[in-house]
Ligand binder design. Structure first.
Ligand SMILES: [Cu+2]
Length: 399
């Protein structure tokens, strides 16, 4: 699930943003008196399509010591964290030097040692990454140890010196509030998502005390402009695919576009499939999805926070039902050229009774996985993706 975006060219996430531009000063800056709070979105939503955005909006926010940054989880079904600290800085610097993100490449050592929220294959969430963790010194437990950090009685303020400062998994409706400690030295402090890796990162720019900073409405405008820029890149290829002009033929479960690799389109295209009884229906899976018939699990409910704070994947959502799970992607060098289906697995027959599900499939270009299913009875069969809320479709089967 980690490699949801395959490459996101080195966008200038680390550049100081919207600073003390004299032209903006009159409208967009707040009085410097008193502590301010600025809100940053984690992921985002658009009316243009059902999607997910592996970005923070805006990518850079300016505050001062004593101010607060609130990270608001937008919940598209993609699990995220806000994870900062000197160990994360090291990882992001190494990733940039290594030209990360690279397609399928191994992460640099400084990143590989950091916790990741979910396993690459089957298994449960990693508690060292999925639960909050605030360390003044030392490294968090490894994925292999898979145990949470010692619980902090209260969340400390961020001072720029902590080695690891992690929100943990941010469920739907949750925000992560970060108070910037009075002692924090001015500078750029980067953070990332410990599931999606260096591809999904942002910066808290801490300015000197007394600096005037952009207002929340200016921050919101920057966030909206950044989202629009991504949505604009996606819209053409998305509409083209819906009109049947995609190089990938047939039914799609999800879609990513080359032009904006931080965006995922979480839709079944076309939304409605027609088939005859006994005819094999096939899907090309593009992204991290399930194709699921007859389930009562709420889409997005594949990851849950237990009352004790531990975070778990729901095996009933993640596992296949009524057939085999996804095969592992083929080894060896990936095919070149446009994305294509390299392996297909078969869900067998379905008559509308019980649950039929692919289980979780991580299928990314250029080597995509396909799934087939044969309906044995006429009728209309609604189906969903259990990862992404709002990702629904139906198959209309006639005799
Ligand atoms: Cu999905």
């Amino acid at each position: 699930m980690r490699r949801v975006i395959v490459l996101l060219a080195g966008v200038a996430l680390t550049a100081a943003a919207c600073g003390n531009n004299a032209n903006e000063a009159t409208q967009s800056e707040a009085p410097s008196t008193g502590p301010q709070t600025r809100t940053v979105l984690v992921d985002s939503k658009t009316p243009a399509f059902n999607g997910a955005f592996l970005s923070y909006f805006p990518a850079s926010v300016q505050v001062r010591p004593g101010d607060t940054v609130v990270f608001k989880e937008m919940w598209t079904g993609e699990p995220h964290s806000v994870t900062a600290g000197t160990l994360v800085e090291k990882c992001l610097t190494a990733a940039k030097a290594a030209g990360e993100p690279t397609e399928g490449g191994a992460p640099p050592a400084d990143c590989a040692t950091l916790p990741t929220m979910l396993p690459e294959g089957p298994g449960d969430a990693h508690q060292n990454a999925a639960q909050p963790c605030f360390l003044d010194t030392g490294a968090p437990p490894t994925d292999k140890e898979n145990k949470p950090c010692a619980k902090a009685a209260t969340q400390p303020a961020f001072n720029g010196k902590q080695t690891y400062y992690n929100s943990g998994f941010l469920p739907e409706g949750k925000s992560f509030t970060v108070k910037i400690d009075d002692s924090t030295a001015p500078g750029a402090y980067r953070y990332y998502c410990n599931l999606h890796g260096p591809e999904m990162q942002g910066t808290i720019n801490v300015a000197a005390k007394g600096t005037t900073i952009p207002t929340q409405s200016a921050v919101d405008q920057t966030a909206a402009a950044e989202l629009k820029s991504t949505v604009d890149k996606v819209t053409g290829p998305y509409q083209g695919t819906k009109a049947g002009q995609s190089p990938i033929k047939g039914n799609l479960a999800g879609l990513g576009v080359q032009e904006a690799q931080n965006a995922g389109i979480n839709e079944f295209i076309p939304n409605s499939i027609t088939a005859k009884v006994g005819q094999k229906v096939s899907w090309t899976i593009f992204g991290p999805h399930t194709i699921t018939f007859g389930s009562t699990i709420t889409p997005g409910g594949f990851i849950v926070v237990s009352p004790d704070g531990s975070v778990h994947l729901n095996p009933q959502a993640m596992g296949p039902a009524g057939g085999p799970g996804a095969p592992s992607p083929p080894s060896g060098p990936p095919p070149s050229g446009p994305p294509s289906v390299v392996k297909t697995f078969d869900g067998g027959k379905y008559d509308g009774t019980g649950v039929k599900s692919t289980g979780f499939v991580g299928s990314f270009p250029p080597a995509l996985l396909g799934w087939t299913l044969t309906f044995t009875k006429a009728g209309t069969y609604p189906y969903v993706c259990l990862i992404h809320p709002g990702m629904t479709g139906n198959v209309q089967v006639t005799a």
